[in-house]
Design a protein around this ligand. Structure first.
Ligand SMILES: [Mg+2]
Length: 269
């Protein structure tokens, strides 16, 4: 079916059998990384697109009759908006952005974050604290996010910008459970420790999936591959070279497309 990074055919009967068994389950979830999995890695991140073959295979999965269609999800480190725009997945695809800090499930109007009760309370405190800083530092802005609050200082004078950033980092940024990230003209305070493993478990629960296939190319995908249970029918696919917890490996996005094409045929039977 495909070759691994060393060129070894991994057509394995075992891979095909795992895919066929996956497709025979009641509520299977196909969850895919984007960059390096559906889309080749490129220098200009905004130019990333799925290969034509990967786009067609994903569309074909989405076009299956409803009673034969798997649940679909994209799980990416990218923020949700560019993920949605660049990947252009079939309608009804669940989207997980920023490694899990932004989630849009089918039927949701907007992105939310999978927050627990204490994280929700912390987010309210952090947002209020950043708002107080913004109110006393002209030219600064608050951008509320599903799992955090961002201070923007681009339009403030240098002294005000630096004072506001300090107030945010030394104030709400020090609260237990808050992760502060300083960028150019921004300070982002996040209340969620996310990874793709937690994201896949969240998708499994929220979508009611009884089995999961996950494919990804990066070290961050290993968190997702590690929460899979092959003995229970989950299928992990590593794309490209490198250490992995996945049971199977393919070479590149077109080989991922081949896996998806195999699934389209299996779901159609
Ligand atoms: Mg990737």
């Amino acid at each position: 079916m495909s070759t691994d990074a060393t060129g070894t055919p991994s057509t394995d009967a075992s891979f095909r059998a795992a895919l066929d068994a996956f497709a025979a389950r009641t509520r299977p979830l196909v969850a895919l990384d984007f960059d390096g999995c559906l889309a080749p890695l490129v220098d200009d991140r905004d130019a990333a697109r799925p290969t034509p073959r990967a786009a067609a295979a994903l569309a074909a999965l989405g076009d299956l009759p409803e009673d034969r269609r798997p649940l679909l999800a994209l799980v990416s480190g990218r923020p949700l908006e560019p993920l949605s725009r660049l990947a252009a997945p079939p309608a009804g695809t669940a989207l997980v952005g920023s490694h899990g800090a932004e989630v849009r499930l089918p039927g949701d109007d907007a992105a939310t974050a999978p927050l627990e009760e204490h994280e929700r309370a912390l987010l309210a405190d952090v947002t209020a604290a950043v708002r107080r800083v913004v109110e006393t530092h002209p030219g600064t802005d608050l951008e509320p996010k599903p799992a955090g609050a961002v201070l923007h200082t681009r339009n403030a004078d240098v002294a005000t910008a630096s004072a506001a950033a300090r107030a945010v980092v030394d104030g709400p940024g020090r609260l237990p459970g808050v992760h502060a990230l300083r960028g150019k003209d921004v300070v982002e305070l996040a209340v969620l420790d996310v990874d793709k493993g937690r994201s896949v478990q969240m998708l499994r629960e929220r979508l009611g999936a009884d089995v999961v296939l996950y494919a990804g190319d990066d070290v961050t995908d290993e968190h997702a591959l590690a929460v899979l249970d092959p003995a229970a029918g989950d299928v992990g696919v590593k794309v490209g070279p490198g250490e992995t917890a996945a049971s199977f490996r393919v070479a590149d996005p077109d080989a991922v497309a081949e896996v998806l094409e195999h699934l389209v045929a299996a779901f159609s039977r």
